[in-house]
Ligand binder design. Structure first.
Ligand code: DX5
Ligand code: ZN
Length: 217
């Protein structure tokens, strides 16, 4: 299973260093949490941060948009160098348009489900995405507790993909994943796990923490 460190838990005073610390230490991509203080009760990064980090690493940069009117932000983040842009199905009445806009920019498109949203809500979108992100916390903050019931959605998404060879999305899990939880995420068939506070914390350096996550698999 791939690991995507979320820099939301890193030192905002030195994000370039935070990315360098995980690059070459087992990180498969960098997860960038974009928050607007409206869709979620927190503020974080704009496209400029993606432009800066684009110069720091060759790893894919995945942008998790937690904003209202995500349509307005797709081109700025694509131009800044994002490789994957993911939008919440709950964040716009025009989810199909948002995903089509991502596709037009040539960036991979992903759809995200909050813990309160069922797979049915994204069923009709599965043919046009390369990524489905299952939230295992309510979005807005790192360091929250994992909500295990959401793994049933991972089962469902994996089963749907197995039965429909034309579908080719990756299933990713985000929120509360640590060395204790990561094995269950893999057993349910997820392809990618996001980890924030399990990687960027005061207990050990990020490279050691990624090693511990990989060792738990
Ligand atoms: C939550 C974010 C997550 C978060 C993960 O809104 O989408 O990516 O940073 O952090 P942890 O792993 O600490 O839950
Ligand atoms: Zn995220």
């Amino acid at each position: 299973m791939k690991i995507a460190p979320s820099i939301l838990s890193a030192d905002f005073g030195n994000l370039a260093a935070a990315v360098r610390q995980v690059d070459g230490s087992g990180a498969d991509r960098i997860h960038i949490d974009v928050m607007d203080g409206r869709f979620v009760p927190n503020l974080s990064f704009g496209p400029q941060i993606v432009s800066v980090l684009r110069k720091v690493t060759q790893l894919p940069l995945e942008v998790h948009l937690m904003v209202q009117n995500p349509e307005n932000w797709i081109k700025p983040f694509a131009d800044a160098g994002a490789d994957i842009i993911m939008v919440h199905v709950e964040s716009t009445p025009h989810i199909h348009r948002a995903l089509a806009l991502i596709d037009e920019t040539g960036v991979k498109a992903g759809v995200v489900l909050n813990p309160g949203t069922s797979v049915d809500a994204v069923n009709f979108l599965l043919p046009i995405v390369q990524q489905v992100l299952v939230m295992t916390v309510d979005p807005g903050f790192s360091g929250q507790h994992f909500i295990p019931e959401n793994l049933e959605k991972v089962d469902e998404l994996v089963t749907i993909r197995d039965r429909n060879p034309e579908l080719n999305y990756e299933v990713e899990v985000d929120g509360g994943v640590d060395a204790e939880r990561i094995k269950s995420v893999e057993i349910h068939g997820a392809d990618v796990a996001v980890a924030g506070s399990a990687i960027y914390n005061d207990k050990a350096d990020p490279a050691t923490n990624i090693k511990a996550l990989k060792a738990a698999l």
